[in-house]
Design a protein around this ligand. Structure first.
Ligand SMILES: Cc1cc2nc3c(=O)[nH]c(=O)nc-3n(C[C@H](O)[C@H](O)[C@H](O)COP(=O)(O)OP(=O)(O)OC[C@H]3O[C@@H](n4cnc5c(N)ncnc54)[C@H](O)[C@@H]3O)c2cc1C
Length: 300
């Protein structure tokens, strides 16, 4: 029997009819390939496909049925019944705020749900976004500015590019494919960045010139994408206090509320900081709920 895992896809951009047509063609192409290449082994289909069971044109249920597949998410999370085509999309529930008191917090969602919790870890990306959700102002004044970058992604017709850094300018050029499978065989995917975005036109011109000096001629570029101002880290540590000056993971004055992100806790930088603060927040939250769990067991 053929089995499959299809990752629950998370749609990041709006879908147009052209997207639908392209996805339908991709599913059909995959079906043709699977059926033309029987190996007798289990087949696993995995990927971020931007498809939804609820979207009729995607016909995910048809893809699963036509290939004799089993969707692990549908089996394990939905009890074996896939969402019906045409039914409302399953979307993430955004958090609107946290209220209550120590030991009895309530997390409100935009859809009006209230989730009771003895401990809460808030990991919503930015200090400002986190601050808005907390029941009291945590007093995180004096955080540094966001670290930004202008980014140029290049799909190139060769794989000769080498990792290059600017010495007197904050420039970075890194071939992510081959290495990562982000481009067809024989082609490359190169990320070029300038830390500290200035103006879109100046940064784009500088990045194109940097790519040219690293051996990427205009004719080598098959496709490109310019993102003028991306946030790389949400708060630059300030001179004098450094990483130790970032807000602590345990929110002061509100026992049981914890924060995690690349701006929180004293350890790590970029995603290392998110992981370090996330681990610490998780451990502290588990410790905070233990007395509550014990008390409810005793009461029972
Ligand atoms: C161009 C670029 C290059 C980078 N390169 C590197 C690198 O090489 N190495 C590295 O370590 N780091 C790198 N980073 C940094 C790294 O991406 C971040 O530090 C990291 O993603 C931060 O993770 P996070 O989980 O704290 O926040 P996020 O990734 O921002 O996750 C926060 C999540 O919370 C959700 N959210 C927000 N508000 C709500 C709400 N109210 N309710 C529910 N959910 C909510 C958001 O949708 C989001 O999914 C790079 C970043 C950029 C932009």
């Amino acid at each position: 029997m053929i089995s499959a895992v299809i990752s629950a896809s998370k749609e990041r951009i709006l879908t147009s009819s052209g997207d639908e047509t392209a996805r339908e063609a991709e599913w059909n192409q995959l079906t043709s390939w699977i059926q033309a290449n029987p190996t007798g082994d289990a087949v696993i289909v995995a990927g971020d496909t931007n498809s939804r069971y609820t979207r009729t044109a995607d016909d995910l249920a048809g893809f699963v049925a036509n290939n004799g597949l089993t969707d692990a998410w549908v089996q394990l999370e939905l009890g074996g019944t896939a969402p019906a085509a045409g039914s409302p999309d399953l979307v993430c529930n955004e958090v609107a705020g946290i209220s209550g008191e120590p030991g009895a917090w309530r997390v409100r969602t935009l859809s009006g749900e209230e989730i009771p919790a003895a401990a809460v870890v808030v990991a919503t990306g930015t200090p400002a976004g986190t601050r808005r959700l907390l029941p009291a102002d945590p007093g995180w004044d004096g955080l540094g500015p966001a670290v930004t970058a202008a980014c140029l992604d290049l799909g190139v017709r060769h794989i000769r590019t080498r990792l290059t850094f600017g010495i007197d300018e904050p420039l970075y050029l890194s071939p992510h494919a081959p290495g990562g499978k982000l481009a067809p065989a024989g082609m490359g995917m190169v990320h070029v960045m300038r830390y500290g975005a200035t103006s879109a036109s100046a940064d784009r011109a500088r990045l194109e010139a940097f790519a040219a000096s690293a051996g990427i001629a205009a004719g080598d570029i098959a496709t490109s994408r310019f993102l003028p101002k991306m946030t790389v880290a949400t708060a630059l540590p300030t001179v004098g206090t450094g990483l130790a000056g970032r807000p602590p993971v345990a929110v002061e004055g509100t026992p049981g509320l914890f924060v995690a992100g690349d701006w929180a806790g004293p350890a790590g930088w970029l995603s290392d900081a998110s992981l370090a603060s996330g681990e610490q927040a998780g451990l502290l939250a588990a410790r905070a709920v233990q007395p509550v769990a014990r008390a409810s067991l005793t009461a029972a």
